[in-house]
Design a protein around this ligand. Structure first.
Ligand code: SF4
Length: 475
């Protein structure tokens, strides 16, 4: 049986604070390769476009009236003034700030259509504004958004209200408007503080702007600040990235995310310029940057939460990891497990106990659906009981780093060791390499295996395994 003490030890947490296992780069190289990030299971790549056939809207309407638990809301605000060339987000590039007024009109319709199908009185425990650039909206537009949301939902007293902030587009007036909304967490896009890298990615952001944004937000009562970095950007080296790490550590954020740059020029054509200019670091250099970040951040007292996330041991995220209540959704790791996620705005994703649905990804299609009084759903998935069971296994690996067979038997009503014998046996290579440990009571990801959480989880994902086999045969 895996005891809580074992779990705490496996997470590298001691009463004195985190003691991180160093990264095993050979192991990471050996197992590196595409694997879903499991912000959902099944992953969003498995969503079906045949909304009408799935009868998603009707079934969701029924689902919505049945569910009664707490709510997590996500609002996607897609506008940005200029395109950062590395960007992989769903954005609308414009300098016409009036465009946000029309967008808020449509959001208001979408909120009405959704709320009309929901059981009343559900309390909002989490709200996240993402983008794009939420502070593309003027302070007055942000206040209008606050009114739209507060008029339709009841917020829990201790609701977590977070916003993605672009320090280049933040004024003190914005911060005051965010304070009115009740924002208590902010995530700032820093990416890299080196001026040459910033020119190469078309994102000029003097570090003074980051400092100023943190000062304003803290003064406004924001108690948790996350800073986003990206490694693998053009012209980055371990030396330049070391200086970026020094810069961000000086701001003493509660959390840090160190994302890997995803080079997908066939989907994001602006990224081609990095190839044309031959500016991308080699894979080895990119890995060295992540190793450096891991070493520096853990030495500075941050705990490796998993994938790209680091948090101070006193932060809610680190506490949730230690007590086994960490949760994962489309925004990454989060602490509010058990809430249904409702996404609003272009491309946003919603999640209930039985389903996923994603809104149209283009502004035009999203607007057209709303004009005709339809929920603007483009694709989705209705989970089978088997999907739901596998979701539990995948999320336990991603968030708790272990499978406790007795606990899973209570939750799922199946003998996991027996029912998923093939998947468990397929882990023998990971076991031999010390990535996982297994006994009759369960499976545990070891500290050295933590960077490979998604590789372990993917062994329980039949669609990914089938695709990997097809790929291997093709090679
Ligand atoms: S500000 Fe953010 S969302 Fe907008 S283009 Fe830059 S990276 Fe993309």
């Amino acid at each position: 049986m895996i005891s809580p003490q074992d779990l705490t030890a496996s997470l590298g947490i001691s009463p004195a604070g985190p003691a991180a296992a160093p990264l095993d780069l050979d192991l990471i190289r050996r197992y590196s390769g595409p694997a879903p990030r499991y912000t959902s299971y099944p992953p969003a790549t498995q969503f079906h476009p045949d909304v009408a056939t799935l009868d998603l809207n009707a079934r969701l309407a029924e689902d919505n009236t049945l569910e009664a638990g707490p709510l997590s809301l996500y609002v996607h605000l897609p506008f940005c003034e200029s395109l950062c060339w590395y960007c992989g987000c769903n954005t609308v590039i414009t300098r016409r700030h009036g465009a946000a007024d029309g967008y808020l009109d449509l959001l208001s319709r979408e909120l009405d259509l959704t709320v009309a199908r929901m059981r009343p009185g559900r309390s909002v425990v989490q709200l996240h504004l993402g983008g794009g650039t939420p502070t593309f909206l003027s302070p007055e537009q942000l206040r209008r958004l606050t009114r739209l949301l507060r008029a339709r939902f009841v917020f829990a007293e201790d609701a977590e209200i977070s916003v993605e902030v672009d320090p280049r587009r933040l004024s003190e007036e914005h911060v005051a408007a965010l304070q009115d909304l009740g924002v208590n967490r902010a995530s700032l896009g820093v990416q890299d503080t080196d001026p040459r890298v910033q020119r190469a990615i078309h994102r000029i952001q003097p570090h003074e702007r980051n400092r100023q944004a943190v000062t304003w937000l803290r003064a406004a009562g924001v108690t948790s600040i996350n800073l986003d970095l990206i490694h693998g950007l053009p012209l980055q080296t371990t030396e330049t990235f070391a200086r970026t790490l020094d810069d961000v550590l000086e701001l003493t954020p509660e959390r840090l995310s160190v994302f890997s740059y995803a080079h997908v020029p066939w989907m994001k054509p602006a990224q081609r310029i990095f190839e044309q200019r031959d500016q991308l670091p080699a894979p080895e250099e990119k890995l060295a940057m992540f190793a450096l970040a891991h070493e520096r951040l853990t030495a500075a007292g941050y705990l490796d939460i998993g994938l790209d996330h680091f948090a101070r041991p006193t932060d809610e995220l680190a506490i949730a990891l230690a007590d086994g209540t960490l949760h994962r959704n489309f925004q990454g790791y989060t602490t509010r497990a058990g809430a249904s996620l409702y996404g609003f705005g272009v491309s946003s994703i919603s999640q209930t106990a039985n389903s996923y649905r994603q809104n149209h990804k283009t502004l035009g299609a999203w607007r057209d659906a709303l004009h005709t009084g339809q929920l603007p759903v483009e694709r989705g998935l209705w989970l089978t009981p088997e999907d739901q069971r596998r979701r539990e296994l995948v999320m336990d690996i991603m968030c708790r780093r272990f499978l406790d067979f007795a606990d899973l038997h209570r939750r799922l009503g199946v003998d996991v060791a027996d029912r998923y014998r093939t998947e468990l046996d397929s882990l023998s290579d990971l076991q031999a390499d010390g990535i996982v440990e297994r006994d009759h009571s369960g499976l545990r990801v070891t500290p050295r295996g933590t960077p490979l959480l998604r590789v372990v989880a993917s062994r329980f994902d039949p669609t990914f395994q089938a695709a990997a086999r097809r790929h291997a045969q093709a090679v």
